[in-house]
Design a binder for this molecule. Structure first.
Ligand code: HEC
Ligand code: HEC
Ligand code: HEC
Length: 439
């Protein structure tokens, strides 16, 4: 008995030493409060550069609550561990980052630690932002500090035990955070390296396009860009594993990034729309670099195929009698904008997308197609793409299911299983709303 007690006591001591050691190691000092730098201390060029970088990094997408002021925080972000609220990153001295020196800002972006030494949750994509170079972080800081200060206290994030113990993130970072700028790959051309820098850094493409492990960290290796799900949306793989019916080319990607629409693939909706809003403002050279990097994840041997011939083959013969219910629904509700016209140039550059080329129709999951029909596309990612009305009040779950499976059949695909139930679930879980907030 006594020996058991001794062993337990020893174990307890060991635990205290380990926890104490861990806390000591994970301790991050507070960085002294500064006064907000005067806007005049930054050049207009640096501020403009920072504005573009902020658009690339989607800062305002996450740091703006619905109906709230730009960058004042408060957007609820769902995670498997609970709801995390974004913070106020305007230069307000009380509620924002007005008292943050550049050093404190750079530590947050690179190490995921706030000015006071508190660990930040990786819902903030610092795992990608850590790769951003000093000169770019400086421009971002200049831009954020020159924006209007907004006094607003966003709701506190309070996750359940043990996820509320922020020092635990030190262990998470030790396991999953690869700190600092990525080395250039000298075997690849400069354009590819620039694309890698944009995609893996501020663009944080993998935050959405890469599946995560049970700790909420992105899986690596062959899983990088392998596609996953997000807020009910299925996020397609950026590799050749995309369900897109025609292989992507670098030119297709460039158009998709620039306009939110590729005539050979269709349009960007859901969580990708605000990403496009940021990308569309970047230089052509950077968008081409991004395309060249993403292309390196695809099999370059794939024949791009002829979109025109592809569409013609799908509509060669109408598969449905005029009184077929799905056909009637399509003609009544959709054909005014989505004609079967076999000339894809009729698709008026995004405003009337040719649905038979859309990745959404070919995906294993019906979610993206169903979400677009239920909630419409309220606000286009760029002025070149149009908007689509929401049909949730006009069509029943069964009608939407019949309609979508009719489109699947016309495209030569198997119908989606249990579709009415899935549409009902999506109807309950989502609501129509603007996809893009003004930056
Ligand atoms: C995917 C959503 C998302 C994006 C994109 C994002 N952030 Fe955040 N950010 C967050 C969340 C959530 C937090 C709060 C994390 C926490 O409370 O642990 C945060 C925290 C921060 C903080 C710490 C602020 C504080 O008061 O503690 C800074 C600084 C910051 N973000 C800057 C940026 C910048 C600059 C960008 C754009 C380059 C950006 N963020 C893009 C979600 C995001
Ligand atoms: C906030 C999450 C999010 C981020 C960040 C994001 N994406 Fe996406 N992406 C999506 C979703 C969701 C879709 C599906 C959109 C749809 O169906 O309209 C998508 C679609 C795409 C597609 C079309 C794929 C296909 O085969 O049809 C490409 C290409 C793409 N994203 C590239 C990128 C790149 C490059 C980046 C980084 C610069 C990026 N994405 C960042 C969520 C995201
Ligand atoms: C008033 C015109 C209009 C009507 C009516 C309309 N749509 Fe759309 N639809 C659009 C536009 C514009 C887009 C692309 C919007 C964007 O991405 O900015 C779109 C996008 C889509 C997409 C995604 C295409 C892609 O490229 O990925 C699908 C699927 C779709 N619509 C299906 C339907 C169905 C089914 C109906 C009938 C219930 C319908 N639409 C009715 C205008 C319309």
């Amino acid at each position: 008995m006594r020996t058991l007690k001794k062993i337990l006591l020893l174990l307890l001591l060991l635990l205290i030493v380990l926890v104490g050691g861990f806390l000591a190691l994970s301790h991050q000092p507070a960085i002294g409060a500064g006064n907000p730098p005067a806007a005049a201390s930054f050049s207009p060029q640096q501020i403009e550069k920072g504005r573009l970088l902020a658009a690339m990094g989607d800062c305002a997408v996450c740091h703006t609550a619905p109906g709230g002021q730009t960058n004042a925080g408060g957007l609820p972000i769902a995670s498997p561990f609970g709801t995390i609220y974004s913070t106020n990153i305007t230069p307000d001295v009380d509620t924002g980052i007005g008292r943050w020196t550049y050093e404190a800002f750079a530590r947050a972006m690179r190490h995921g630690v706030d000015r006071e030494g508190k660990y930040l949750y990786p819902a903030f994509p610092y795992t990608a932002f850590t790769h951003v170079k000093d000169e770019d972080l400086q421009a971002l800081y200049a831009f954020l500090m020159s924006e209007p200060a907004v006094k607003f206290d966003p709701p506190e994030t309070s996750l359940k035990f043990p996820f509320n113990l922020r020092p635990g993130l030190a262990a998470w970072n030790w396991l999953f955070l690869k700190r600092g700028p990525l080395p250039d790959d000298s075997s690849m051309p400069p354009e590819w390296n620039r694309g890698a820098y944009l995609a893996e850094g501020l663009g944080h493409c993998s935050a959405c396009h890469t599946p995560r492990n049970q700790f909420g960290a992105e899986k690596t290796g062959e899983h990088h860009f392998a596609g996953t799900t997000l807020d009910g949306w299925s996020v397609p793989a950026l590799t050749s594993a995309t369900p897109a019916p025609l292989p992507w080319t670098a030119d297709d990607l460039y158009q998709y990034f620039k306009f939110g629409f590729s005539p050979r693939h269709g349009s960007a909706a859901g969580p990708m729309a605000p990403v496009i809003h940021g990308l569309s403002q970047q230089s052509d050279a950077d968008l081409k670099a991004l395309a060249s990097y993403v292309m390196s994840y695809k099999k370059d041997t794939a024949d791009p195929g002829d979109a025109q011939a592809f569409v013609a083959s799908k509509f060669e013969k109408s598969k449905f009698a005029l009184d077929h219910e799905g056909y009637r629904l399509f003609e009544g509700a959709c054909a005014s904008c989505h004609s079967d016209a076999s000339d894809i140039k009729d698709s008026l550059f995004g405003v009337r997308p040719q649905w038979v080329l859309s990745t959404k129709v070919y995906a294993d999951s019906p979610n993206n197609a169903a979400l677009v029909v239920l909630n419409g596309i309220q606000s286009a990612p760029t002025p070149q793409t149009g908007t689509m009305p929401a049909f949730r009040h006009n069509l029943s779950d069964a009608q939407i299911a019949t309609l979508l499976n009719t489109m699947r059949e016309q495209a030569g695909l198997k119908p989606w299983n249990n579709l009415p139930d899935q549409v009902a679930k999506l109807r309950k879980d989502t609501q129509p709303g603007p996809t893009v907030r003004a930056h």
